[in-house]
Write a protein that binds this ligand. Sequence first.
Ligand SMILES: [Zn+2]
Length: 417
Amino acid sequence: MKSLLKYLFIMVLSSSLTVIALNQFAPIVITIPKKDKQEIKIDFDQTLTKKDLKRIDRKAKNIILLIGDGMGSNQVTAYRIAKGGPNYITAFDKFPFTGFVKTHAVDTLITDSASSATAYSSGIKTVNGYLGVDKDKQIVGNITETLYEKGYISSLIATSEITHATPAAFAVHNESRDNTDQIAEAIFKSNNFILLGGGRDFFLPKNLGGQREDKLDILSLIKEQERYLSSKEDLNNFEFDPSKRIFGLFASEGLIRKENEPNLLEMFNFTLEQSEKMLVNNCAGFFIMAEGSQIDWEGHENDFNDQFKEMDEFNQVVDRALEYAKLDTNTLVIALADHETGGLLIEMDDFRNKPSNKMKISWNTAVGYGTHTGSMIPAFAYGPGAENVTGVIDNTDIFFIMKEALGLDELSDRQCL
Ligand SMILES: [Zn+2]
């Protein structure tokens, strides 16, 4: 009673005589401002923290870059638990090297897929929405262009439209990811040997049932000049032909998981098989970028059930790539995301510290529904050059890590096509 009276006395004093009482009476009541009222000023220094790379003596011949779009560390963790509990071994758990990747864009803390994939393909930070161009809209060479000069076979695979931001950043130079007409045309003209995914509509004009605003019928050109695959059956029945590039467009936009569409693993296995055959054909090596595009889409939708299916498919591809690299011993595999999507949370179903074997999944973003977040994302690596994927690295470092692994600057020019 005595202490309560003392406390009330102090409260009255401290609220009415704050200035005088502040340093003389305790306790001092501190009001914590609402989180969203807190402003922290950040001087956004655009100087990059470039990782000091370890020199790789035994070079990689091939690179497999696997991008789980929107796959943060919580997506990996939640997938593991939902698949078989916290001790289940996913493909990600089998990698000897891991690092954390900072994902911010040149002028923004939260990246989109275009600027992030440009960091991977070209080693530069750019503006959200930009593909293969820097912040001043100047063209920056990408890894598939350089590799083409060195006699490499490059392939891009996605479960989204092949014109979507991530694959496009490895093939085109455009100041907007929304210029799909231009992007489809540039992908057609690029030097990538195998292109598999959705997005047929962006190669066909509107009057022929597509979505192109211009009259250019790229699909006819593909059918005339290259090998065109439109179904899983086409993929399965394909006979090796090193003289023509391969275009597999299996859906009008993103893949919708119909029976006659190949899944990511089938597209990946096909590409791996064709790439290996091309090596016999005097090619120096291969580069494959495969994207689990729709992990991100389900993050935007806040749909964990469907995200689990996307993660499960991506996990199989990561496993297959790792298995290949272990046998081959000349292949660097890097599996990572471009950013996290949805602010996925893994919580207990009840009060703190109460024993529980349940996992409660929720999504949390400060600005509403399913946006990208700014958290660091995990990167996993195996093979020659993998030892540079450690510690905290910038997304632009991934490009230089791949370059060092291949010894790209020392490779001489050659042709394989
Ligand atoms: Zn993305």
